[in-house]
Design a binder for this molecule. Structure first.
Ligand SMILES: [Fe+2]
Ligand SMILES: [Fe+2]
Length: 198
């Protein structure tokens, strides 16, 4: 199943492959954020037992990914740096409905889109990175593909209009992932021309 409405631009792939250390630092934050998004949904909808069991496992897996990225950063001597929040997540949130019914579906679909974009980008980057990172990114692409399917399955159960709403949110997501961005992030659009850092 393909849910993204636009592929990641080549300009992002080139910039990210040339500056993969910087991307790795942001990627570590993304894994933590993925776990916290899943936990927030469990707190928001405690009566949904299927959601709780699916997302509890997913959150554990995201924290495991975080630990793996952190270990890799230490091995490769990539420094941890504090970053301001990027445009992508904040931009996605502007499209979310603020109240239920509606909000739950939007949050699940947003989860599906972020996982699908992550999966696409791990796949694009894996063959262009040094061996230590390449194998790991190929492995992560599989996990994120499974996560996006799990979010879609929960969205299908949440509301009958899921497919129509998915198209709307996917259009919004595609704009954020492809429009020129101020800086390079794991989920950003193409940044201004960067000098490769390696
Ligand atoms: Fe992950
Ligand atoms: Fe994930």
């Amino acid at each position: 199943m393909e849910i993204l409405l636009a592929p990641t631009p080549d300009a992002w792939v080139r910039a990210a492959a040339g500056n993969w250390r910087q991307v790795l630092n942001d990627h570590a934050q993304c894994e933590k954020k993925a776990a916290s998004t899943a936990l927030a949904l469990m707190f928001a909808y405690p009566e949904d037992r299927r959601l709780a069991s699916t997302l509890s496992r997913l959150a554990r897996e995201e924290l495991r990914h975080f630990e793996q990225v952190q270990k890799l950063m230490i091995t490769l001597e990539v420094p941890f740096e504090r970053q301001r929040p990027g445009r992508y997540a904040a931009g996605l949130r502007t499209a979310l409905r603020t109240h239920d019914p509606g909000r739950k579906l939007d949050l699940l679909l947003m989860g599906a889109l972020i996982e699908a974009r992550s999966c696409e980008r791990f796949r694009l980057l894996a063959p262009r990175l040094p061996a230590e990172v390449s194998g790991f990114y190929a492995q992560l692409a599989h996990s994120e593909a499974r996560h996006f399917e799990q979010y879609v399955a929960l969205a299908q159960e949440a509301a009958p209009e899921w497919a129509q709403r998915l198209r709307e949110l996917a259009g919004h997501e595609a704009g954020l992932a492809t429009a020129p961005d101020a800086e390079l992030r794991f989920h950003s659009g193409p940044p201004p021309a960067l000098e490769p850092a390696q």
